[in-house]
Design a protein around this ligand. Sequence first.
Ligand code: GLY
Length: 396
Amino acid sequence: MNTPVKLAAGFIILLLIGCHQTSKDPSRMARESLGVASQQLSLSIENLGDTDLNPRTAENGVLRQVRSGDWTSGFYPGCLWYLYEYTGDEKFLEAARKFTMNLQSEQFNGGTHDLGFMMYCSFGNGYRLTQEEGYRDVIIQSAKTLCTRFNPNVGCIKSWDHNEDKWQYPVIIDNMMNLELLFWVAKETNDSGMYNIALSHTETTMKNHFREDHSSWHVLDYDTISGEVLHRQTHQGYSDESAWARGQSWGFYGYTMVYRETGEQKFLDQARGIADFILNHENLPGDMVPYWDFNAPNIPDEPRDASAAAILCSGLYELSSHLGEEGETYKQAADKILISLSSDKYQAGVGENNNFILKHSVGSRPADSEVDVPLIYADYYFIEACMRKLELESNK
Ligand code: GLY
């Protein structure tokens, strides 16, 4: 080929690649990703066999499973419930039941604020899809147990019991997610006391946990008598004043969910404020999968956190559904994240990645723990995002 012909051929190839990139259809990608997820989870069910330990992550190719008391124990059964819903395949139903029941005793576990994650993703989805009374009973008891961690002087549920020398009454932004369990049970059982606990936590957090720009601190320490804030710090972020990526996603998803549960405009405004902080941040990369902290010191040479992206993506689809035409920007942002997470860069091939769906999440960078690994909660919120995308399209 002479040079002008080569140049023309190169131009046509670039044009075709360009067309291919822009023609990526998020609905099709959501369906394809759910197909990959179904295959990965089928393999994982086979490989796990009969065990009471639920998968959490894999480090250096070694699968790590956890006991029921671990904060991540509900996500694997949650993924199985979603895939049962998507495929109708009894294999997922059977496995979802089994891995859900692994958590049954946790309904009485008053030592953790993570009961919402654990019990609502597992038993909550189980009840939603089967309407079995046994599941409902467990959810109700779990919510009652979680309420025992509420201190009216503070107005919040206590997050952690560890590091007593460091914090008197730590409340972390992640805790917003655990309120979904309380709002659901409060409504289901007509329990205004429980509703008020969830509302109080939401309002106290909105007052104290956010900076002017709608970013949030990770850990707030409260005085248990006066309710005053004693410290504003981080545990998993880069610094006390930084914006830890997953924390921003937890807060955003949390306020979007609280708006759904309460219908109060101020919570919708809060969710939008947080979304705008994230989406307009100068350190949000072009593919919209955040670095593990928006203020990490060596950006762009810092690990990404696909879990923060998956939570954000799912929350953005919900936010868009509350906003009518104004929601379009948020839906487009969610589509963009879904397309990124569905790409080979983040989504593993079938049979790879210890059968987790997404690669490249970060558990705790400061503790050098679970850095650039698959994490089961990234998979859970990614599957949820794909389901929400398809639901939105079918409601059009
Ligand atoms: N809720 C704990 C975490 O996000 O790592």
